[in-house]
Design a protein around this ligand. Structure first.
Ligand code: PEP
Ligand code: MG
Length: 764
């Protein structure tokens, strides 16, 4: 047996050793080989190997080894989760195995020369929080490695991580350079055919990639290499064509989305008329500057002015200038180019604003891939409302995809197919047609459980255009109308009359005699409404959001309440709902403002609804303590599980880094919801669930089992929810809910939820 040194706890390669393998080797490969030799030496191990994660192929690839056969380098590859190395990587855990060859996870490669080595120890190599590979040592003797070795190997991995990551990036860059030398078709074949993203939406989209903002922006900064000389008349034509294009987009959009008014391109139109902008361009051209250079000069200047402004609202304007500049230059160049610039229909981006989404929709975008970055929940909700499939994918491969790439998005599953073949496309087309056919005709006007308990299905509406689908799919009313979208998509606050028109549209479009629940403005948090005195908060989710914003900005609140109640004049079953209520005092204050608005309208003789039901969204755990008192004061409760989970568990609903902590079936959440339901039922008021949980077939039996009889969901989910309810037996669901409530452990609650009401058992 090899004699072990006890001092290798202090295994720190000294700087000289590390520097010598970095600078001494002939290339990157030599560095990695040197590194594995160094680790083998310090741990006195027979084998040391370095596996790096290849982001393109999604495999862990053996990149260097001391002790295994050199020809195995670049040949041995495995998926995360596969073999001991793959498990170490995917679980982000050290694995120490006394006899690897009989370990169930071991994967044998006969070309590696691993046969004589029994003991196995591996650690993930991480750069900060990013996993980049796995460092492995192996030894002939069984049960060789100790806890000390484990610590030493971890130290080695930490020390090497920076250099290894640089090596990995350089190797990736080298491959990319080779790629760009080849033709585009070959290059696109280098990318994986399929990528799994986060399922956050609904629907399918297929199209070519729209060049990213970065690529499109290049036109604004590159010198014109075409040698075409454009005239002032050409510039005028390009200007007119741009105006014409924007008008067409606007008209198309305004008719399908009335709440947008015609305002989405306001900034564009204003700039097109601005004598300091297009006027200055003209003057420059008259003085001899080429039209391309004149446009570039002014656009660059304006981008700088807006980007340098400390106000986020003004910074966002830079995007409008950019977009306008690209349109102007594209129209100018189109005068000499036979085909217009390809705009593509699948937008791949790292960030997006709700206002961008509206413009992209007007531009005919069919789908969106959001690569990493933050995304506000309202962007995902808006995408759903606009029927734009959106997938969040955290894969750097998207940044490099050529513009000719075709993508097929299956947002329901979170699947992205890169350059799908005809067969895949045909399967999806057939599925989509079958799905569309099935929906409306199968819906029943009312919904019952198997044992005849009536469950009311309502719709969550964000844009008026969705009401049509809600009615077609037999929603029995509106359980949540999110009023913030008209605020989110325009640059200023809509006036009382503008809001009145929108809310009137809501009441006119919904069937008479059905309930309509209008939620007052849920601004702030991740629903960022840009206005001139917009303040950036360090902690927006805990900041001036929702009802707090409304109560602070009383004028905005009063304007909205009056607009809603004026629009609701003559309607039955009107519900006014306040979001994010944290205390009885806050609720009473909001009710008082409502009463004042009603009084004022009475005095002024303005026709309005004077007796709406007034209720609250339950989204904060603080209300649980006084839930019975709330039930005595409110006409109804609507449980907003999206926020309720976020605040109950302290996990941001939009932050993928804490997604694993955002646990809808957490015992605290389950018991919280049960308490709310019991209070409402005990006091005889209606309680609905309108968060995402309400459309999840796994959660529906639990909610029904608690006695909840109203679910409000995005219209698209109505068929699925109805089918789930109709397959549920209330008696069984209530026993199941009780058993789920007994669980104190997250993992047991998860098991029980996955098993469903049919097969569950009490878990100790
Ligand atoms: C919720 O929080 O569950 C909810 C329905 O409101 P929103 O998603 O608009 O915050
Ligand atoms: Mg909410």
């Amino acid at each position: 047996m090899t004699q072990k040194k006890t001092d290798h706890l202090n295994l720190l390669f000294d700087m000289g050793e590390l520097a010598s393998i970095i600078t001494g080797g002939s290339d990157i490969q030599a560095f990695l080989t040197g590194a594995s030799a160094l680790v083998a030496k310090h741990l006195q191990a027979h084998v040391c190997s370095i596996y790096l994660f290849d982001y393109r192929s999604k495999h862990l690839v053996l990149k260097a080894t001391r002790g295994l056969k050199p020809e195995a380098v670049n040949q041995i590859r495995m998926l995360p989760g596969e073999g001991l190395v793959g498990q170490c990587f995917s679980r982000d855990q050290v694995l120490r195995v006394g006899n690897a060859r009989i370990s169930p996870g071991f994967k044998y490669f006969d070309n590696a020369g691993e046969d004589p080595f029994n003991s196995f120890l591996c650690v993930p190599i991480r750069r900060g929080v990013v996993k980049i590979g796995v460092l492995v040592v192996q030894q002939r003797e069984i049960d060789h490695f100790t806890l000390l070795d484990e610590r030493a190997l971890r130290t080695a991995a930490t020390q090497l991580a920076g250099a290894v990551e640089n090596a990995r990036l350089l190797m990736a860059l080298a491959t990319e350079q080779t790629d760009t030398d080849e033709n585009e078709e070959t290059a696109s074949n280098m990318f994986p055919a399929f990528i799994k993203g986060k399922a956050d939406g609904y629907g399918l989209a297929y199209g070519t990639i729209r060049p990213s903002r970065r690529k499109r922006k290049a036109i604004l900064f590159e010198a014109d290499a075409s040698n075409i000389s454009y005239s002032l008349a050409d510039f005028q034509t390009a200007l007119e064509n741009t105006i014409e294009e924007l008008k067409l987009l606007q008209d198309k959009f305004a008719s399908s989305l009335p709440e947008s008014e015609s305002l989405i391109f306001t900034a564009h139109f204003m700039m097109l008329k601005d004598k300091n902008f297009t006027g200055k361009m003209k003057r420059l051209i008259e003085q001899g500057t080429s039209p391309v250079a004149a446009i570039q000069q002014l656009v660059q200047k304006y981008i700088k002015v807006f980007s340098d402004n400390p106000n986020a609202y003004m910074q966002e304007k830079a995007v409008d200038v950019e977009d306008l500049g690209i349109r102007l230059l594209s129209h100018l160049k189109a005068l000499n180019t036979p085909s217009p610039p390809d705009r593509g229909t699948i937008f791949v981006t790292q960030d997006i604003y709700p206002s961008d989404m509206m413009k992209l929709t007007a531009d005919g975008i069919r789908g969106i891939v959001l690569v990493g970055g933050g995304v506000t929940s309202h962007v995902t909700i808006l995408a759903r409302s606009l029927s734009i499939p959106l997938i969040i994918a955290d894969d750097p491969v998207f940044i490099d995809l050529p513009d000719t790439t075709r993508l097929l998005l299956d947002a329901g599953q979170g699947n992205i197919y890169i350059n799908p073949d005809d067969n895949t496309l045909a399967i999806f087309k057939a599925n989509r047609e079958a799905e569309n056919r099935a929906k409306a005709q199968d819906m029943q006007p009312s919904t019952y459980t198997l044992d005849n308990r009536r469950i009311r299905l309502l719709a969550n509406i964000n844009l008026l255009s969705e009401i049509h689908l809600a009615r077609e799919l037999k929603a029995e009313g509106i359980g949540l109308y999110r009023t913030e979208f008209p605020f989110l998509i325009r640059s200023g606050f809509p006036s009382e009359d503008e809001q009145y028109i929108i809310y009137k549209g809501l009441f006119d479009k919904t069937a008479h005699g059905t309930v309509t629940t209008v939620r007052t403005l849920d601004a702030g948090g991740d629903k960022v409404i840009k206005h001139t005195d917009f303040i950036q908060e360090a902690n927006p989710a805990l900041g001036l959001r929702s009802i707090r914003f409304s109560l602070k900005h009383r004028q905005i609140f009063r304007t909205q309440i009056k607009a809603i109640l004026r629009a609701a004049h003559g309607r039955q079953k009107v519900r006014l709902m306040f979001p994010l209520i944290s205390s009885i005092d806050e609720f009473l204050e909001a009710k008082q403002v409502t009463a004042q608005c009603i009084r004022q309208m009475e005095q002024e003789g303005v026709p309005h609804k004077n007796d709406p039901e007034v209720g609250i969204m339950i989204e904060l755990p603080s209300v649980l303590a006084t839930i019975d008192e709330f039930a005595q004061l409110a006409d109804f409760f609507a449980i907003g599980t999206n926020d309720f989970i976020q605040y109950m568990l302290g996990a941001d609903r939009g932050n993928k880094l804490v997604a694993e902590h955002y646990i809808p079936y957490h015992p605290a959440v389950n018991r919280g919801i049960a308490k709310i339901a019991a209070a409402a039922i005990g006091h005889g008021i209606d309680v609905s669930v309108c968060g995402e949980m309400a459309h999840d077939p796994k959660h529906i039996p639990f909610l029904i089992g608690l006695g909840i009889t109203t679910l409000s969901v995005d219209p698209k989910f109505l068929p699925r929810v109805q089918a789930t309810v109709m397959g549920t037996r209330f008696s069984r669901a209530s026993a199941y809910a009780q058993r789920l409530l007994d669980q104190t452990r997250v993992r047991y609650a998860a098991e029980m939820l996955n098993a469903g009401p049919g097969k569950n058992r009490i878990i100790e």
